[in-house]
Design a protein around this ligand. Sequence first.
Ligand SMILES: [Zn+2]
Ligand SMILES: [Zn+2]
Length: 856
Amino acid sequence: MPEFCDVALAVPLDMVFTYRVPADATPVVGGRVLVPFRQQRMTGIVVELHDRKPNVTTKNVISVLDTSAVLDDQLLRLGRWIADYYLAPLGEVFRTMLPLGAEFKRSIGYCITEQGHMALHLAGMSGSPARSQRSLEEQAVEFRVLDYLAAHTSDAEAVLDTAQSVGTPGIATNGKGTASAVPLLAAENPASAAEGRDLVREETLRSATHSSRALLDGMVRKKWIQREDLSAAQDATRTVKIAILKSTEGKLNDNQRNLVDTLAASGGRVPVTTLHSLEVPRTTLGTLVRRGVVEIMEEPANFTVSRSKPRPSPFDFDFNAAQQSALNGLRKSVEGRKFAGILLHGVTGSGKTAVYLAGMRAVLDAGRSAILLVPEIGLTPAVAADLFQIFGDEVAILHSALSNKERAEQWHRIKRGDARMVVGTRSAVFAPVADLALIIVDEEHDASYKQEETPRYHARDIAVMRAKMANAVVVLGSATPSLESYFNATKNKYALVELPDRVEDRPLPEVEIVDMRQEFQETGHEQVISRKLAAEIKDRLDRKEQVMVLLNRRGYSPVVLCRTCGKKLECNNCAIALTHHKREHRMVCHYCGYTAPVPKACVHCGSEYVYFLGTGSEKLEELLHGLFPQARIARLDRDTVRGHEDFERTLNALNEGDLDLVVGTQMIAKGHDIHGVTLVGVVGADVALGLPDFRAAERTFQLLTQVAGRAGRGQSPGKVILQTYFQDHYAVQYAARHDFTGFYEKELRFRSWMHYPPYSALANVLVRSGKLDDALRWSGLLGKWFDATRHEGVRVLGPAAAPIVKLKRDYRYHFVLKSPSREKLNTTLRAMLAHAAKQKIPRTQVIVDVDALWLM
Ligand SMILES: [Zn+2]
Ligand SMILES: [Zn+2]
């Protein structure tokens, strides 16, 4: 048995830590261990077992949590690649890859101190209490506590969980999927895990410890510990179902009756957690299980499946020739069992999803696994319903609304091989499937695939790398592929497959541009809704057709300006103007959530001449109500949509014809298939063109194309009215002509001149601090170092104030690094981080964002 193990811990340090393997434990590479780190205990992933004695003294592993790897060789390798490519600490990468945080929680434990041992010892020697002024009863309690802690001390500490008892008997014995949980608990608190009767003693002890804290002063130490939350991990997965209702009459006590009635009232099937809110002891459920009255069973994800009408299955209609050929190519690649990349470029409404699902079905039939990645907002309950219809229990759905517990349970289902079709947002790319055959990235251009915290990975790029490691096929699909992906396809890194037509020969919508500068000249004042758009909306409403209007800015007014001193009302934490939200009657920062009262006078000079300028989606909705008082109007943005259900409700209402008009931010542009919408209005979608960001044109083109794609998906053809102040801008012109390749070629020339991706690898290095002095000094130090050191083939721009110079109380300065060679860029960044460490700049204050999507 090797003597040492190297452990990756989720701390912001670019290293692994060596621990001594205890004699009675066997860690595995890719498995978790509990180790002491500074003043706490942490779980980490074992990355190597070895006999190389380190120069420093090593601490022991406290306990081995997994007897088999939770990250297999391929995922370990992928994690190392991510840590290297994105310059992220390996432990933080693994934490992202492994959504098992819920299985551990921090709680308070107690351990006996030297003084406590001494008191016990003295009491034992003299046979009399150590402090005679205490009552006998108090002393008895005190010694019971010390005795217990002393008896359960291994590794010089015993742990007493005060948060919750160690699980409900009856549930705890139902062990499927929790086998790995038990060893930790046993190591932590052998008595309570092994036998239920120790729970009573623990209860006694707990109250004793609380009530006599003063007594125990100095003899017992309180300590934060990290431990496995066994009951929580189980609850998430289990549903209670009434198994036998006969013979229960008259034989149940009140608590049991209450529970059974609740079950019956809910149709005989509820999640275990629901029963916990009943005022009955937790043991009641266990008793009923033992008596066979109820049964606890595992269920697939508790995802709210859409209540809307069943939609036609993707297999109910015939594939057109292009779809069929795309599917054939995909299946052939999968059968080849070699890495292959496919860029599926299909116009909006061309039936890409049907191709994905048919491809996945083929993988499932072959007994292998597939992962489908979707953007954040793409995973509605309606999509979930489709997936269950096609894949049944074989599908695991990972979405942002899952709690940590639910996420952990889905992870276990996938790991056990119970679910081989995985559908989810960004982090689903790490799903622990076996025999991976296919990864599909839907809407591959979508910015939600990029994680904006450490590790700052891009799920699309991880999908490609993972497919390479697994000899699998990766499909990137979009109507507006990212410049990078399309460039790779033209360089034959991916096969390019086109779906040039909409299904059932429906035409793409006609797009008409309205020049808002001219509108201003002709009407004499600033318009939000042009005369043309208003007329077209009225026409559609008269014909009982539906309309969507996009304004990619939420709130009522984005700016509050003082006409006397000229200052704006800004957030206290950020260099950002506060947005007026009329309904909530607040000023809100869209970056940090800070709110302030609506000002009656200027906060800077006291003047009463404060003006509310500009239009957000809330005001647009109000204006439309004013123009079309008879219309049924709803709004979709982050203020009206708190969860997938809100989103779904509005889309359903639109689908059912209960709404005439929907106003919204980019949320309305994404992938929805509403057949009644024949008109899309775009109000100020070119706001982004004014931003200092080299991706502004690409983002605008994508947004305009995607939102235009919502029109005319049913029997009637669609139309788009595009209001803009930049009518000559190529992003607007090409979007209006549905000309992706035209845009692509133009944008590519610009990227080439400016040495931007895909011609250069790019990284944004952000230096931040709550103290302006530190931010300036640190960025100055790094700036000097960049100047003094030769970095052949790497351009360094900066330091410069970041476009948003203050964000969430941090002052921010940045560098932009560009290089045609990824290796050289990586080497320079690594050397820069080493220099920053030498200069004692905290690692958390230097953010390295490789392939940054935002330079703000
Ligand atoms: Zn003022
Ligand atoms: Zn703010």
